[in-house]
Design a binder for this molecule. Structure first.
Ligand SMILES: Cc1cc2nc3c(=O)[nH]c(=O)nc-3n(C[C@H](O)[C@H](O)[C@H](O)COP(=O)(O)OP(=O)(O)OC[C@H]3O[C@@H](n4cnc5c(N)ncnc54)[C@H](O)[C@@H]3O)c2cc1C
Length: 317
């Protein structure tokens, strides 16, 4: 009889877990509380006065150093939803035309249900019960893989102390992202600035999306952790004040070119402590996956999803 397997989270870890299980002949359903697929590989699209602005406000690119992720990208690079990004070594990649297209494409044979929030996970004999928001009845699954960032995952894992303990060993830095659309910037401005090596006290990375006038500016971990709950005007001002020296343009020129701006607050942005311990419960068919098990990158989350899928596959067989 076919198994009913739930994957919580439509980020890269959830998609990779589902793809792996599918390769073993096991179908899954992915549920995610957000409006769009991708989790922290995020795309924000704003339509305003006949203009369409597209921002990559989460991960802005990804590497593919690991064998399986590299194979996936290599086999699909010609299919027009992913492109090499600039000339970095190791090579970096981006979804095309948006980051979301990458996630949608690699999950096109998987059932993904957005706007569906899980609020409880329980034991039910040797199966797993799941409670959704706005539902009074629990659903029963043969297996579950939960891929939320570790601190959110802990809230769902109260009935699974082995996994809770592992999750409690991971931690994250926050990231404040400022999205800016410009009327038009001079062609001389490069498409990214890497400020990670202390070139700015508060910023780490600025880059345009595939639209040269739509920029996302990431504040560094120290600034983001310290200012996460501060006033939005204060944060925006601090970030904007940095731009003239980076773009080598006057304050006035920059502010006169801005046609749209929006802040986004990522509480759990990048892993700074990887979780230590088991990925599957010793007694129940439930596993955890996500960047927090492997590292701070897209491909870490991908690897961890595959590992969780392997563990669940062997548990069910
Ligand atoms: C600002 C920023 C910049 C980054 N830059 C890079 C970069 O340049 N390169 C790189 O490799 N990595 C980068 N990263 C890290 C990378 O984005 C992550 O490591 C990776 O996307 C994590 O994937 P994931 O599947 O583990 O988690 P997520 O993508 O967070 O997926 C978890 C999903 O769970 C869903 N969810 C949460 N709670 C519930 C619930 N109760 N019920 C249902 N669904 C729920 C969420 O909506 C989310 O979609 C960046 C991250 C951020 C935030």
């Amino acid at each position: 009889m076919s198994k009913k397997i739930l994957v919580i989270g439509s980020g890269i870890a959830g998609i990779s877990a589902s793809r792996k299980l599918k390769s073993y002949g096991l179908e899954t359903i992915i549920v995610d509380k957000g409006d769009f697929i991708g989790g922290r590989i995020a795309t924000h699209i704003k339509e305003k006065e006949n203009n369409k602005f597209t921002f990559f406000h989460g991960a802005q690119f990804f590497t593919a150093r690991s064998k399986n992720f590299n194979q996936l990208l290599k086999s699909d690079i010609n299919k027009n939803y992913i492109k090499k990004y600039e000339n970095f070594s190791p090579q970096r990649y981006r979804g095309f035309p948006t980051m979301r297209n990458f996630l949608s494409y690699i999950s096109n044979e998987i059932y993904v249900k957005q706007k569906t929030k899980v609020i409880g996970i329980f034991k039910n004999n040797k199966k797993i019960n799941v409670l959704y928001e706005n539902s009074s009845k629990e659903d029963t699954y043969d297996a579950v893989i939960s891929t939320l960032p570790a601190p959110q995952n802990i809230e769902l894992m109260t009935k699974f102390p082995y996994l809770s303990k592992v999750l409690s060993t991971a931690s994250y830095d926050s990231c404040i992202a400022l999205m800016l659309a410009f009327k038009s910037l001079p062609d001389t401005i490069p498409s990214y600035f890497d400020l990670s090596k202390n070139k700015s006290n508060i910023l780490s990375w600025l880059a345009s999306s595939n639209d040269k006038n739509c920029w996302t500016i990431h504040a560094n971990a120290i600034f983001s952790n310290e200012n996460f709950i501060k006033d939005q005007f204060f944060i925006k001002d601090q970030i904007l004040n940095e731009l003239p020296k980076i773009f080598k343009l006057s304050d006035h020129l920059i502010s006169s070119q801005i046609v749209y701006s929006k802040l986004h607050f990522w509480k759990y942005a990048k892993v700074n402590n990887i979780a230590k311990g088991i990925q599957i419960d010793p007694n129940y068919p439930i596993a955890i996956a996500g960047d927090f098990m492997e590292g701070s990158r897209v491909e870490s989350a991908f690897i961890s999803g595959e590992k969780a899928a392997e563990l669940i596959f062997h548990r069910l067989n």
